[in-house]
Design a protein around this ligand. Sequence first.
Ligand code: ZN
Length: 294
Amino acid sequence: MRYQRTLKKAITFKGIGLHTGRKTKVTLRPAPRDTGIVFVRTDRDTVIKATIKSVVDTAFATTIGYNGTRIKTVEHLLSAFGGLGIDNVIVEVEGPEIPILDGSSTELVEIILNAGISQLSPPKSYIKITRPIYIEDGHSTIMALPYNGRKITYTIHFKHTLFSSQTLTIELTEESFIKEIAPARTFGFLKNVETLRANGLALGGSLDNAIVIDDNGILNESGLRFENEFVRHKILDLIGDMSLIGYPIEGHIIAEKAGHSSHIKFLKTLINSKESWQIVAPHQERIYSYAYVF
Ligand SMILES: [Zn+2]
């Protein structure tokens, strides 16, 4: 059991968006108990709650929106909140996208730790997987199994002579997130860059904020941070997308060849699989029914 958490004080950071290339300022502010993660597009006066229902696009990033106003690439910031167990924050954003920074969540973790973490009085409720849940989505599969803890197994396959497949299983704790997952950067293939840019994506992408792969290897002179940095980043993305459900998930999540779109489909299936999970609310020693929560 752990208590709900927020930040000790407000903190601001700036940077460019990976896809829009736009420079944006973000301020993270402490929020009271049971607020959840709430984004505010301050230039549009629009509030967008970080929930599955707010997801409006999953192509190459997770985009949330409300009434036509959008915020792109929220997943790395959400992953930092999910990985550190930050439950209540107001995220003020002055533009259309969360800055990509170095392409990982490491700087975001540092920003949050610099602001400090403050404990709020009620214990945090969580979702406990009680029966297996499984989806197939094109070539992707994702399942959740009952497990006493938070475990993720992710497998990716590349058609590349140097990088073929990578699998990693991790017990998710704040320590393992900070050391093993947060530093893993986003990545892309050089051959896709032109098409992405023609579609208005990856406009802010560079070797400073992404690993770029061509037929001969990676273009970044500094090399990789981990031999299997790619699969670690996929786990980072999954943790970010899972945080949209609003509760930590106790169980073993196993994903293969997945991405933002299948992550969100899986989470929607999970919400609707009422017989496969319970909400455990430690402070009231109660297990809420589905109808109460969603
Ligand atoms: Zn990512």
